[in-house]
Design a binder for this molecule. Structure first.
Ligand code: AQP
Length: 330
C-alpha cells in the first residue's frame, strides 16, 4: 500500500496557505487512498526562537485543527513528532549523510537565518540541520509520497538525495520518496506582500489569513489585499502577483481555473468580495468543528497517544536497520 507522510510545524497559528497547500488534500484525498501519517513536527519549531508554553499550546491547536479539517483517526495516523524518538535517532544518521554545503544552500535556511539576524538574535544550529530531521521524518516510514506546498520542493529534493546516497553507501534501506503538490493553491502568497509566501511565523499578520480568523477578520484582510494600479483583472503571476494570488485563492476555494475566472471581473473590488466570501465558506466548517473538539481535550489526547504508538511501531524496524547498516548496534 502507498505510504504517505506529511507534517506541520507549531510555529504559529495555521494559515490558509497551510490549508490549501497541504491539509486539504490530506483530508480529501490522501487519507482515503493510502496509509497516511500526519505529524505535528514540534521539534522543528525549536529551530527558531520559541516560547515553551506557546509551542505546547500551538502543538495541541495544530492537532485539533487537523482533526477539525477532517482528518479521521480511523483512516490515518496523527501524532506529535517528539513523542516518537525514532525521528531524532534517524536525524543523526542523516546529518552524517548530508554535507555542510548542501544544508547551507537551502533557501529556507537563508531566509530564516536572515530574519533571526535582523531581529538581533543568533541562528540556531538546528535551523541549519533542519532538513536532516525532515528527511528522517519522511524516510523512517518508508514513505512513497509527501504531499506538501511548493515551498518544500528544495527540502524534498534533498531528502531524495540523502535516501539515494545512504542506500548506495550502506545498502538498500530507504524508499526514495517523491513530493506531490496540489493543482491549485500550491503557493499561497501574503496578501500584503504578494511576492512572499503566506507564512504562519511572520511578524506582520495583516497579509495572513489564519484558519481560526473570524469571518469579519477574513473579509477585512482580503478587502485590503495589495493589488496594483492597472485596474484590470488579468492573471499574470510575474507582472501582477497580488491579483494573481487572489485569483489562485478563488480557484482553490471555489473551483475553476484562475485565468478563466479573471475574465468574469472588471474590478478588483468585485473580485475581492468573492474571494473573501469563498474563503469564509471554506473556513466555516473547520472553525465550527475546532470549537467542538477544543471542548474535548481528552479525545484529542487519545488520538495522539494512539497515533504515536502506531508510528513508533512502524518507524522502529527501519531505523534499527539503518543503525545496523552504518555499523552501529541496534
Ligand atoms: N503559503 C503557502 N502556500 C501553500 N502551502 C503552504 N504551506 C505552508 N505555507 C504555504 C505548506 O503547509 C505545510 C506545513 O508547512 P510548515 O508548517 O512548514 O509551514 P509554514 O506555515 O510555512 O511554517 P513556517 O516555516 O514556520 O513559517 P514561515 O515560512 O512563515 O516562517 C507544508 O506542506 C507547506 O508546504
Amino acid at each position: 500500500r502507498v505510504r504517505i507522510f506529511s507534517g506541520v510545524q507549531p510555529t504559529g497559528h495555521l494559515t490558509l496557505g497551510n490549508y490549501l497547500g497541504a491539509m486539504r488534500r490530506w483530508v480529501e484525498e490522501d487519507q482515503h487512498r493510502a496509509d497516511a501519517l500526519f505529524c505535528v513536527v514540534d521539534l522543528h519549531a525549536l529551530t527558531v526562537e520559541h516560547d515553551p508554553a506557546r509551542v505546547r499550546r500551538l502543538t495541541r491547536q495544530a492537532a485539533t485543527l487537523l482533526l477539525a479539517a477532517g482528518l479521521d483517526p480511523a483512516r490515518c495516523t496523527l501524532f506529535v513528532q517528539s513523542q516518537v524518538h525514532e525521528h531524532v535517532r534517524l536525524s543523526y544518521l542523516m546529518e552524517c549523510t548530508a554535507s555542510d554545503g548542501e544544508m547551507r544552500r537551502m533557501v529556507q535556511f537563508k531566509e530564516k537565518a536572515a530574519r533571526a539576524e535582523a531581529r538581533g538574535g543568533s541562528v540556531r544550529l538546528s535551523l541549519l540541520t533542519y532538513p536532516a530531521l525532515m528527511a528522517a521524518d519522511i524516510l523512517a516510514y518508508g514513505t512513497h509520497e509527501v504531499p506538501v506546498g511548493a515551498d518544500q520542493a528544495q527540502h524534498l529534493e534533498l531528502t531524495r538525495d540523502l535516501a539515494v546516497r545512504f542506500n548506495q553507501r550502506y545498502g538498500a534501506t530507504f524508499v526514495v520518496p517523491k513530493a506531490t503538490y496540489p493543482a491549485v493553491g500550491a503557493r499561497v502568497m501574503d496578501l500584503q506582500e504578494p511576492t512572499s509566501k503566506m507564512g504562519k511565523s511572520h511578524a506582520a499578520t495583516a497579509g495572513t489569513v489564519y484558519l481560526l480568523d473570524e469571518p469579519e477578520a477574513v473579509r477585512k484582510k482580503v478587502l485590503r489585499a495589495v493589488t496594483d494600479t492597472a485596474g484590470e483583472v488579468v492573471y499574470e503571476r510575474e507582472e501582477r502577483p497580488g491579483v494573481a494570488n487572489l485569483l489562485d485563492v478563488l480557484a482553490a476555494c471555489a473551483g475553476g481555473e484562475p485565468a478563466r475566472l479573471a475574465e468574469g471581473y472588471t474590478s478588483y473590488g468585485a473580485l475581492k468580495k468573492d474571494v473573501a466570501e469563498a474563503v469564509v465558506e471554506v473556513l466555516r466548517p473547520v472553525r465550527k468543528r475546532h470549537a467542538e473538539l477544543a471542548a474535548d481535550p481528552g479525545y484529542v489526547d487519545g488520538v495522539l497517544r494512539a497515533g504515536a504508538e502506531r508510528a513508533r511501531g512502524l518507524a522502529r524496524p527501519r531505523v534499527d536497520a539503518a543503525y545496523r547498516a552504518v555499523g552501529l548496534s541496534a
